[in-house]
Write a protein that binds this ligand. Structure first.
Ligand SMILES: Nc1ncnc2c1ncn2[C@@H]1O[C@H](COP(=O)(O)OP(=O)(O)OP(=O)(O)O)[C@@H](O)[C@H]1O
Ligand SMILES: [Mg+2]
Length: 228
């Protein structure tokens, strides 16, 4: 079954670590511009699913089609290039480089793609403005709050114009006020560029920012109807 117009479709993913099946026949699909939340208890396989979809972890079996192409049929070099050009990532603790200023952090993916510094930092600053952290541009990550750091990390994930933004518990380390602000700005920024968002979260109020929810339990996934 191939839902028409899907950007990313995973079918029957299986992944075992030792005796533990982390994924046991999981399915997933997302359309361009859609925000999908992956929910489920701790250890259910959410991060493993996200890492497989993002081409970071190779499943033992199953299929992942990105724009109609099988990801695991690609060479490692091609898959890495795809990750750099089409995917953005945000993790629970931001993972900013402590030695760089905030604007240098946001500009980093562009610099790694060969964009000259001045242009990369101007684009970075535009994104920081949209995430309302441009006033922090010269600060180091250690000098900003958790919520501000996550907004810097979101700016960094979007600076290259990804088609898919993968976010694993992006608000997991924040209080509810800051978490909601990060989600508001993240979804607004992603929607403005038509980037799809794959969001892993434990929290119903974070999942409420999505268009659709997929619940993972014991490595199996289920689509949930959104109760409006
Ligand atoms: N690199 C790994 N090596 C060994 N086991 C792993 C590895 N990654 C995940 N697992 C196991 O696979 C299962 C699923 O883990 P996963 O990290 O996907 O869960 P999760 O739903 O993201 O949990 P959490 O909400 O706590 O982040 C767990 O039993 C976990 O211990
Ligand atoms: Mg996890």
């Amino acid at each position: 079954m191939t839902p028409a117009g899907s950007l990313l479709i995973a079918t029957d993913l299986r992944k075992t670590y030792g005796p533990t099946p982390a994924l046991d026949g999981a399915h997933f699909s997302i359309h361009p511009g859609e925000v999908v939340a992956i929910m489920g208890p701790s250890g259910s396989g959410k991060s493993t699913l996200l890492h497989c979809l993002a081409g970071i972890v190779t499943p033992d079996s199953g299929s992942i089609l990105y724009q109609g192409r099988e990801m695991h049929g690609m060479s490692d070099a091609h898959r890495s290039a795809l990750r750099r050009s089409d995917f953005g990532f945000v993790f629970q603790f931001g993972q900013l480089v402590p030695e760089l200023s905030c604007v240098e952090n946001v500009a980093l993916p562009l610099r790694l793609n060969g964009t000259p510094r001045k242009h990369a930092e101007a684009t970075a600053l535009d994104w920081m403005r949209r995430l309302e952290v441009d006033d922090l541009k010269d600060k180091r990550p250690g000098e900003v709050s958790g919520g501000q750091g996550q907004r810097v990390a979101v700016a960094r994930s979007l600076v290259t114009g990804p088609r898919v933004l993968f976010a694993d518990e992006p608000t997991g380390a924040l209080d509810s006020f800051n978490g909601e602000r990060v989600m508001e700005l993240l979804t607004e920024a992603a929607r403005s560029t038509q980037a799809a968002v794959v969001l892993v979260t434990h929290e119903a109020r974070v999942a409420a920012y999505s268009d659709r929810e997929i619940v993972v339990r014991d490595g199996k996934s289920r689509d949930m109807e959104r109760a409006v």
